[in-house]
Design a protein around this ligand. Structure first.
Ligand SMILES: [Zn+2]
Length: 436
């Protein structure tokens, strides 16, 4: 019955959200445009452009808050009804079950990240404001490109050598698997008209081999993406032995090898980048990525928890939804980001809240887990490489506690998450040191 009713229940509300978002137009200098190009203007080099884009987003969202509030309230109620009939206790328990992770583990992650906000995002944005010659940045400058960040262009052959040598530095067998992707032409790299955007590694079926899609343009970011997708590729090759039903890992562990491969490559690039300006640019872009993956997604999760919990007592008004949003954003971004009028509406366009409630913590989970693993690796513990390969070969056949136990790690312990968070802190500290 739930399944049949979903067509006129949450399915219909999801569709209303999608159709509304697609129909919205945002007015910048008299030009009417859709959401995506307006959002990407918030990363423009010109502060004026970023400011105008932010105002345009706020104005249109404000005009449509009634619909977004109704959609949000209805979906939270719909979920509460299903959760009650299915006897889920906590608002996020159904997601935890789907992710094969326990509530205590996610709680430990969330507690560790929230406690670290001052040491991570607050501290980094204070530094970023200083680079712009200010005490604090307006919210539209949060993802502004850094002042004078020169970018080296990497030829495809350089990218290949960078990633393969970073992988070989960890384990020659890992580079051997990754090399097959180049030698056997399993990668579609160039940008072409009509080609899908973004990047992915697809495992196809275990009896065949994975394929990687990229849109390679030679930026340092593109080298990291190559390292990321090859990490997935290596994981998919190693896990293929589990067969079609068990090879795939749950969401929370799906990004392990990719983020780890990216980290190895980032470290290799960093070691080769000794000039101050490019080194700062490389470090800062890594830190911003990590803050957007870890801090921002945990703030999103905190927003959802509060909305769903309060919805159990009754509907939230648009103003109340905006207040909850401003509360979690202020807490996570800190005093060096000024939340200007209009920002209170920015919860309304985030598709994850509508399409897959509580999904967002999985991003933070994956990133922090890998940082913690990398922390163990750096302490050069004997036998790390073998244990790491065993973990990847297990695919989806083992629980995270079984996978992490050989490393002496326990995800229910906030100290485990702190190993990973301290890696981000270390990068921020190096950036601060470059100031003097
Ligand atoms: Zn990935």
């Amino acid at each position: 019955m739930f399944h049949e009713k979903s067509v006129t229940g949450h399915g219909a509300w999801n569709r209303l959200f999608d159709e509304t978002i697609a129909s919205l137009r945002f007015s910048v200098d008299g030009k009417e445009q859709t959401l995506e190009p307006t959002l990407s203007m918030m990363q423009d080099v010109s502060e004026e452009v970023r400011h105008k884009a932010s105002d345009a987003i706020a104005a249109t969202l404000k005009n449509n808050l009634r619909v977004f509030s109704l959609v949000t309230n209805t979906l939270a109620k719909d979920k509460e009804i299903s959760d009650r009939w299915r006897k889920f206790g906590d608002v996020a328990d159904s997601r935890h079950l789907a992710n094969r992770v326990e509530r205590e583990v996610v709680d430990a992650l969330v507690a560790a990240v929230r406690a670290a906000y001052p040491r991570l995002s607050h501290r980094y944005y204070r530094l970023k404001a200083k680079w712009f010659g200010k005490d604090a940045l307006n919210h539209w400058d949060r993802n502004a490109p850094l002042p004078q960040a020169p970018q080296r262009i990497y030829a495809w052959s350089d990218a290949r050598e960078t990633v393969l040598s970073a992988y070989a530095g960890f384990a020659p067998e890992m580079a051997d698997i990754a090399r097959r992707f180049f030698d056997e032409r399993w990668i579609d790299a160039p940008v072409r008209t009509g080609k899908a955007p973004g990047a992915f590694a697809h495992p196809t079926v275990p009896s065949a081999h994975p394929y990687v899609l990229l849109n390679y343009q030679g930026k340092p970011r593109d080298v990291m993406t190559l390292a990321h997708e090859l990490g997935h590729g290596v994981h998919q090759v190693l896990a293929a032995g589990q067969g079609a039903l068990m090879a795939q890992t749950p969401l929370t562990l799906a990004e392990t090898a990719s983020v780890f491969g990216e980290m190895l490559t980032f470290r290799a690039l960093l070691a080769k980048t000794t000039d101050v300006a490019p080194r700062r640019a490389l470090l800062a872009s890594k830190v911003e990525d990590m803050i957007n993956t870890v801090v921002r997604q945990i703030a999103f999760y905190t927003f959802e928890r509060e909305v769903h919990t309060r919805r159990r007592e009754g509907e939230l008004t648009a103003d109340q939804l905006c207040e909850v949003w401003m509360g979690v954003q202020g807490e996570s971004l800190g005093p060096a980001i000024k939340l200007q009028p209009g920002y209170e509406t920015f919860w309304a366009y985030i598709p994850h809240f509508i399409h897959s409630p509580f999904y967002v913590y999985a991003y933070a989970f994956g990133d922090c887990l890998v940082n913690s693993l990398y922390g163990v690796y750096r302490r050069a513990e004997h036998g790390f490489v073998e244990r790491y390969f065993d973990m990847l070969k297990a695919g989806g056949a083992k629980h995270h506690s079984e996978l992490l136990a050989p490393f002496g790690l326990d995800a229910t312990d906030p100290a485990f998450w702190n190993i990973g968070l301290s890696m981000i802190e270390e990068l921020i500290a190096e950036l601060e040191g470059m100031e003097g």
